[in-house]
Design a protein around this ligand. Structure first.
Ligand code: GDG
Length: 472
């Protein structure tokens, strides 16, 4: 099998399997966030990507796609149930998002997680060239770094954690907490979104493993004396801002934004765009907006809420319950406050092409990002990037990683419904000069620190450690 100098390992491959016009199987680039983030990094380097192909039991040989070698990992329906929906999304996801939903600790899920992580590690070990680099992505694969280090002591390993890393008191609930920390510490560089996440990780290491930490580093003791330095620090992820700006200037997108505004018909448009996930604070947002209508501080003629809730993890029970709750709330609010002419909430449980998302961002006077906990939140950065005329207001949860960089947004605590209601009114009434001042500050940040810089900052640190390792 051909090998590559840089291998990315992620739960999913960056492609979807689709049917061609004659019933043949084709691969198409998938629109996900991680794919977009790494697209540029991978294009500039000659790399390979290890991941699941998106269909159960799919067995495909490694193949080349757009200059990248793709190495599919086979997952059975039982793997998907126990490793993916179970341990990844039923244990780790809620635990790491501050137990907004209750994590379930099931030993059979853990066993599957170990088994599947080993499969990914073996696939990556076979795809990486001698002294090469493997970059592991996210919480589904926390054991891969250590497994890889055992299989391939010659390589340098990076791991990036896209979601929050919880406070010690929460992480300590995990029955397999030590194994997870040791798994992650197999990497040379462990990257997080926020400084607070790296701090939580280091605290857990001191408490549970008693390894010394200093600044951005952890000293991992070696069996035969001495120690290995692991970098554990924050590298806030970003977007391809120029690509979003280009889209925002495209005449078709501009025309579509105008059309949306005309068709919605209200004076102002509030927008929410999220995967349908309990971490995103969609219920809190709906509650605040519904109460503003109830209190007659707003009417649907004055401000309509467009809420895109793209379908997510339908196989996990908590997501089915959340969908029911949200749809009940939307129906109640619309029933109580809409008129024949004006709908209060336009609720869209659908995925859209990127062009339509950008048109929505352009049409929105106020963007509501009210996550209860979020690693970063790229939607906030995308909204800021496309507002080239510096109008528009971003209402941003202080519990989203993006709040560290976008301090000029109107920051909210989404649990404080009264506070959120006042902030929505303030956003709707904000003078254009203040909008411009805030938006310009945020745009400078997003345009300057784009996803390419993120990838480079991470890989530069990996390269530095690789250089040290290879030095005689
Ligand atoms: C995880 C972390 C972290 C959404 N609906 C559609 C669509 N999207 C796009 C958005 C954005 C992306 O998906 C979502 O990114 P987020 O950052 O908001 O959230 P997660 O999916 O939870 O991602 C998060 C991220 O990883 C990266 O590290 O920021 O904190 O949870 O790009 O625009 N795109 C299209 N149609 C949709 O319907 N085309």
């Amino acid at each position: 099998m051909p090998t590559a100098d840089l291998v990315v390992v992620a739960n999913r491959l960056p492609v979807d399997r689709v049917e061609g016009p004659d019933g043949e199987h084709l691969w198409r680039r998938s629109p996900g966030g991680l794919v977009t983030a790494l697209e540029q990094v991978m294009h500039n380097l000659d790399g390979a990507w290890v991941g699941w192909g998106g269909k159960a039991d799919l067995e495909v040989e490694p193949f080349e796609f757009d200059g990248t070698l793709l190495v599919p990992v086979k997952l059975s329906p039982a793997d998907l149930r126990d490793y993916y929906e179970g341990f990844s999304n039923g244990t780790i996801w809620p635990l790491y998002h501050d137990v907004i939903a209750a994590p379930e600790f099931k030993r059979s899920w853990w066993d599957a997680y170990v088994r599947v992580n080993r499969r990914f590690a073996e696939a990556a070990a076979g795809a990486v060239a001698e002294n090469g680099v493997v970059w592991v992505q996210d919480y589904q694969l926390q054991l891969v770094p250590q497994m890889l280090r055992e299989l391939r002591p010659d390589i340098t390993i990076g791991y990036f954690h896209h979601i929050p890393f919880p406070a010690y008191a929460l992480f300590a609930q995990l029955p397999w907490r030590r194994q997870v920390l040791e798994g992650l510490l197999g990497a040379d560089v462990v990257g997080f979104q926020r400084a607070a996440d790296a701090g939580n990780f280091q605290r857990s290491i001191r408490r549970l493993l008693s390894y010394p930490t200093k600044g951005d580093t952890v000293q991992v003791p070696l069996i035969d004396d001495g120690s290995r330095t692991v970098i554990a620090k924050h590298y806030p992820i970003s977007i391809d801002a120029q690509k979003f700006i280009e889209l925002a200037k495209h005449p078709d997108v501009v025309a579509r934004a105008k059309e949306i505004r005309e068709q919605v018909g209200s004076e102002k448009l509030l927008l929410g765009v999220d995967r349908l996930d309990y971490t995103k604070g969609i219920r809190h947002r709906l509650k605040a907006y519904g109460e503003l209508l109830h209190d007659e501080r707003l009417t649907p003629e004055q401000a309509t809420l467009v809420q895109v809730a793209s379908p997510s993890r339908p196989g996990v029970e908590a997501y089915q319950d959340l969908r029911d709750e949200i749809e009940m709330m939307v129906a109640r609010i619309n029933g109580d406050y809409s008129s024949v002419e004006n709908t209060a909430i336009r609720y869209l449980h659908q995925g859209y092409p990127r062009e339509e998302m950008v048109a929505l961002y352009l049409a929105a006077d106020v963007m509501l990002v009210t996550a209860l906990r979020d690693g970063m939140n790229l939607v906030a950065k995308e909204y800021v990037a496309v507002r080239t005329d510096s109008t528009g207001v971003l209402v941003l949860s202080e519990f989203a990683g993006a709040a560290d960089e976008l301090g000029s947004a109107l920051l909210v605590n989404p649990h404080d419904i009264d506070g959120m209601k006042d902030t929505i009114i303030r956003a709707l009434q904000m003078p254009e000069a203040e909008q411009a001042r805030r938006m310009r500050t945020m745009r400078r940040k997003v345009l300057d620190k784009d996803v390419e810089k993120w990838g480079r900052a991470f890989l530069d640190d990996v390269e530095r450690l690789r250089g040290k390792r290879l030095a005689p």
